[in-house]
Design a protein around this ligand. Structure first.
Ligand SMILES: [Zn+2]
Length: 173
């Protein structure tokens, strides 16, 4: 440092100082730019750890949605809203989708394998959870379809409670 402070011509000393300062600034800038560019190259482990739970959560949500779809499909079939052929086709499709989700979840370390058994177990669990409400609905639909014991006094055709005219003979009930 003494050479900078040395009593030389004042212009030369300040020029030297400014030159040193510029070198330092440029060096800092270069280091900063390199650090900025190189940072992602050295930090992927941390970013991966941060990104993984999100990917896992998304997959798990998608898997659960697929389970819901399978369960609803089962109920729709029970309620007679689907043909056996459509039901089988759709169920296979949903199961394939759920299996794919499980595979990806396993790949991220969030699952425990045995895809087929897992799908059926999960769907069964969801089914039990919703079973009471659905059983009621099934019973209601069946009751509505079932011929009643009340019959027309003119032609003996069964009619539903609340009907005002007989569907067969047209007479007032
Ligand atoms: Zn009648």
């Amino acid at each position: 440092m003494s050479y900078i402070r040395a009593p030389e011509k004042p212009g030369k000393g300040s020029r030297l100082k400014r030159f040193a300062l510029e070198i330092i600034l440029i060096a800092l800038l270069v280091v900063g730019v390199i650090a900025f560019i190189a940072y992602p190259l050295f930090s992927p482990p941390r970013e991966k750890i941060a990104a993984m739970p999100n990917a896992l959560e998304t997959l798990i949500a998608q898997r659960d949605a697929t389970y819901d779809a399978i369960r609803d499909l089962d109920f729709d079939f029970q309620l007679g809203k689907l043909s056996a052929g459509d039901y089988a086709t759709l169920r296979e499709k949903y199961k394939a989708r759920a299996a794919l989700m499980l595979q990806q979840i396993d790949a991220l370390g969030g699952g425990n394998g045995a895809a087929e058994a897992q799908i059926e177990a999960q769907v069964a669990q969801l089914r039990r959870a919703k079973a009471d409400a659905i059983e009621d609905e099934v019973a209601r639909v069946r009751a509505a379809r079932k011929p009643t014991d009340i019959r027309c006094r003119h032609c003996d055709a069964p009619y539903q409670a609340g009907d005002q005219f007989c569907a067969r003979c047209g007479n007032r009930i």
